[in-house]
Ligand binder design. Structure first.
Ligand SMILES: [Zn+2]
Length: 312
């Protein structure tokens, strides 16, 4: 089985896709996905969906658009380039916290951060992320570099007036302390929120957004459902983090943006509201965080000419 980039997840991607769910009546956005994962596998070996096919399937079930998230310089560049050519895509750019220690060790972290700063000024790049702290996959020796990079990303987001997408794995206290110490960007999103009720309330008090992923559908995650209930409706977002974190009942298969309806329906059930009311609320929240998918020009014709490969 071909391996794919898993710097931000230990999940194995099984390379089989679940069926399309029942379409949503009211559309939403997937505010965190990695459409480029298929591009980093040797040619002919990937069975992951080509990004165009992934977007078409997402459109067919009511996913109006996605935020395509970079995790290193090459994928951030790809994200920015593609967002300028694809109306359903906005981009986020960053060096993933688990990639930071190696760059620091080889002396290229500052160059990489400078590149992210430049990409952050591009059209249709609307967020800096995913950035943050990961104490699950990075040991103590890597922590100072991770913290330095996190602070640098926060500064880049503020400098360009972009949203911040946070990756927080087993590092809740330090992520929050850092945001409070250096000052969070105006629009700050906890991607794949993994905290409890208390943390959800704290984030909401700060005006931060909580983005829920397929993990909220997992049987063993009542804490996340309680956190959702404690979150003000105007702070809730939804995402896939695809190809990772496939929601129930298809855990173990490959995730894609078209799986959003499963997560949204579970969230609506948990909140005791209708899926359409929740979808409308989340669509509105998402546009307030990232802006409109339609207010900067795209050059659709160019998409056909772009190789589906990294623009490294
Ligand atoms: Zn991610």
């Amino acid at each position: 089985m071909p391996s794919i980039r898993t710097s931000h997840s230990e999940d194995t991607v099984s390379m089989t896709y679940p069926p399309l769910p029942e379409p949503l009546v009211v559309g939403v956005y997937d505010n965190h996905t990695h459409l480029d994962s298929a591009l980093w596998v040797p040619e002919g070996e990937s069975e992951l969906l080509d990004y165009r096919e992934a977007l078409d399937k997402a459109s067919s079930v009511g996913v109006r658009g996605v935020v395509q998230v970079g995790t290193d310089v090459a994928s951030s560049r790809w994200s920015a380039e593609m967002a300028s050519r694809e109306p359903r895509m906005l981009a986020a750019v960053a060096i993933h916290p688990n990639d930071v220690p190696a760059l620091e060790a080889e002396g290229t972290l500052d160059d990489a951060l400078a590149e992210i700063d430049e990409l952050a000024s591009r059209p249709r790049v609307r967020a800096v992320g995913e950035t943050g702290l990961d104490y699950f996959r990075t040991d103590d020796a890597g922590k100072p570099a991770q913290m330095r990079a996190f602070e640098a990303h926060i500064e880049i987001a503020k400098k360009h007036g972009l949203a911040l997408q946070i990756h927080d794995r087993d590092a809740h206290a330090d992520v929050i302390a850092t945001l409070l110490r250096v000052g969070a960007p105006e629009r700050t999103v906890f991607h794949c929120f993994s905290g409890d009720v208390e943390m959800a309330q704290l984030c909401a008090e700060q005006g931060w957004y909580l983005s829920f992923a397929g993990t909220i559908t997992f049987k063993n995650a009542p804490v996340l459902r309680e956190a959702l209930v404690a979150t003000p409706r105007d702070r809730i977002l939804v995402e896939t983090d695809s190809p990772y974190l496939t929601p129930t009942p298809h855990r173990g298969q490959t995730n894609a943006s078209y799986m959003i309806p499963h997560t949204l329906r579970l969230m609506a059930d948990t909140l005791g509201t209708s899926e359409s009311i929740l979808a409308a609320q989340i669509a509105s929240n998402t546009e307030l965080v990232y802006g409109s998918w339609n207010d900067e020009p795209v050059f659709v014709d160019a998409a056909a000419d772009l190789p589906p490969h990294a623009l490294a």
